[in-house]
Design a protein around this ligand. Structure first.
Ligand code: 5GP
Ligand code: MG
Length: 172
């Protein structure tokens, strides 16, 4: 596996994002909403880099991909999401790939009447977008490679890796 971003590089970028978001949401009723499970590491680090009052919550998304990149079956659930009507929502995931996950969740959450909804991801795979929206905040733009670590998994493993690494065919 090849390191793409070290834990120190990630920590520095997360601090910058936290500073920016703390300015954006200062004095606002903010709910940070993470997408399970991939966002947990970013959410844990990012909220501690945002020295402003806010609440956190989690929603679910899972996609079952076949051998090809087409035919994705996306399932989402807002079960357990507290009332966000009139609140600012910052929806956080590990990575923006096709964008279908965050677009679907954003549409569902927007129907609940938040004051605003923006998205933040650590990684944005710029060449793969299949929706109109782009992430409002992102850590790094990356090429189309399969990455693991810092919340991102391969078959459920490697989420605890402190860095972002590229998995190459020989690693599988
Ligand atoms: P999207 O809906 O934007 O196509 O996909 C987002 C989801 O796909 C992410 O939450 C993540 O679970 C998964 N995903 C996309 N690209 C990668 C990748 O390079 N590595 C890993 N581990 N998951 C990915
Ligand atoms: Mg995910």
């Amino acid at each position: 596996m090849r390191t793409l971003y070290s834990s120190a590089q990630i920590a520095e970028r997360v601090r910058e994002l936290g500073d920016e978001l703390a300015r954006v949401y200062a004095g606002r009723p903010l709910t940070v909403v993470g997408v399970l499970h991939g966002s947990v590491v970013l959410v844990a680090d990012l909220i501690r880099a945002m020295p402003i009052p806010h609440q956190i919550a989690f929603v679910r998304a899972s996609s079952y991909r076949g051998e090809t990149t087409t035919g994705t079956n996306l399932q989402t659930s807002l079960e357990g999401l507290p009332d966000v009507a009139g609140r600012d929502v910052l929806l956080i995931d590990d990575i923006f790939d096709t964008g279908r996950t965050l677009s679907a969740l954003a549409a569902s959450i927007n129907a609940l009447g938040p004051a605003s909804l923006r998205t933040a991801v650590l990684l944005w795979k710029v060449d793969r977008r299949e929706v109109a929206a782009t992430p409002d905040y992102y850590g790094f733009r990356i090429p189309d490679e399969f990455v693991i670590g810092y919340g991102l998994d391969y078959n459920g493993n490697y989420r605890n890796l402190p860095e972002i690494a590229v998995m190459e065919p020989g690693d599988l």
